[in-house]
Design a protein around this ligand. Sequence first.
Ligand code: 0PR
Length: 365
Amino acid sequence: MREVGCPEEDLFSFLSSKRREDIGYRNILSSMCTPPHPVAARAHAMFLETNLGDPGLFPGTAALEELLVERLGTLMHLPDAGGYATSGGTESNIQAFRIAKKQKPVKSPNVVVPASSHFSFQKACDILGLEMRTVPLDGEFRMDTEALDGLVDKSTVAIVGVVGTTEYGMVDPIVRLSEVAEDRDVFLHVDAAFGGMVVPFLDRPIPFDFRLPGVDSVSVDPHKMGMSTIPAGCLLVRNPACFSSLNVDTPYLTVKRECTLAGTRPGASVAAAVAVLEYLGMDGMRAVVAGCMENARRLIEGMETLGYPRAVTPDVNVATFSCDRAPAGWRVSTTRNGHMRIVCMSHVTRDVIEQFLNDMSDTNA
Ligand code: 0PR
């Protein structure tokens, strides 16, 4: 550290120079995050110092966390769902596996996940000592449920389905997974980190949530399509009592037990998440999602006109192409199969898409 502190103006000009090195969201087509909605930013600033790790000191903020769980639980067709605000999809996935593992104490536990699952499940398996069994995908990058049955055995503590896969934006056949989970009496975790804030707002929602009897937990991230500030995730469970298996004693806090992974936890991004849901309502979210889906459709149409076929028709607003070059200045990503991947977040407006397509056609020339 410096011996003597830096004058504020100098400090902030240093910070500004670093901030200018960041790439503006306008040209970022590869991210599942987006600039926070203005009401999220405003709420975040109001709750800057709050800590949900000691909720008795911040009962108002703690009530907002409960409201978030209630709102998202209701969206997932279970108003009484248990849950808490996590730091994002990774923490939700780790915690879901912890619960599943506690529920079935076996000698060499395994979990069965689709090949498309997010890398956070690898971290979870490493931390928890779980064998990860991978189910291959079908021709449309969804879990091939034919292959699922043979991978589940007595030591399987959890099955995972993904709603809005990171790379291709697909929704796994959760109806079938729910049947298998019930038949084989296995915990079913649905990773809806991305699609949980998309699918419920589609004209024809694909069933994936607690309406399916085999679904035990769902993760959904307000800091992705929920336009909240970072970090804001949420883990929801059908049976609120299952969190008690994660409890540790916290004798000197205002609550005597804690089931969360993190100790100190931000209230600001939770207030921001609630703010967006309340401000937009179902109607507002439907409009946001309709816009993103329409932009994805237009992008696919435009790219195909330029001779770059889609890899698949996505279920949510992630578009992928057989195309190996992007015009300069744009951030796109590449899937493990080598497809160009573009996430049509709300900052990726129609104008941005048209500009991108223009630049693509110039690189073609
Ligand atoms: N589950 C799914 C389906 C995800 O897509 C992600 C992250 C996670 C879980 C983990 O969520 P957290 O990152 O909140 O822990 N998906 C994005 C990805 O890996 C995250 C991301 C966002 C990456 C913005 C880059 C970026 O610029 O692509």
